[in-house]
Design a protein. Sequence first.
Length: 181
Amino acid sequence: MNASASPATNAATAAPLPALSALAGQAGNVPLTRVSLAYIEPQFKLYLRFGEPARTLRLDRWRHCAVFLPGAMFCRIRWQANGYGTVRWQLMVMQACTPLDDVQRIPGVRPGARLLLHAEGENAVRAVLERIDGIDALGITAIDVSPAYWRTLGNRLAARLPLPEYTAERHAAWLAGRVLP
C-alpha cells in the first residue's frame, strides 16, 4: 500500500464549509453523487485518495458514504487481498455530474459519474499514484487538475506509452482557459 494513500476514515471525515453552505442554500435541488467507501483492515480497502466530499456519512464501523456536488473531482482506490497477498488494485478518477450529463454506471457510485481515468493492476496504480504525488509536490490540489490530463493519463496507460507529467505551465494554461468565455 502506498504510504501517501490514506483510508477513508482519515481522508473524508471532515466536510469543507463551502460545500455544506452550497448544500444548505439549495436544499433538495442539488443532484448529489454518493460514493461507497469501506475499510476492513487485513483484506479490503475502498477509499478516497483525493476529493472534497460535501458530506461523509458513517454507515457502520467499516462502511462510509461520501457525497459529492456536481462537478466535483475525486479519486477512489480499491485494494483487495487474501491469505496469499494482494489480489486487486484499482484506481478511478471520476467527476460527479448533473442529471443532464452523460454518466457511466460504476459499482458503488450512485447514480454514476464521468470516468476520467481507470487503472487496474499494481504497476498501473502505482504509476498514477506517483503522478498524483508529483502534482501534490507542485502545490496543486489534485481536484483542480484539468480533466483532460486525467483522460490523457488513462489513454497513455491503456496504450502502454510513457505517462506525461503535470506541470505548473499546463495548470496555468488550464486555469486561463477556464476564465475565457
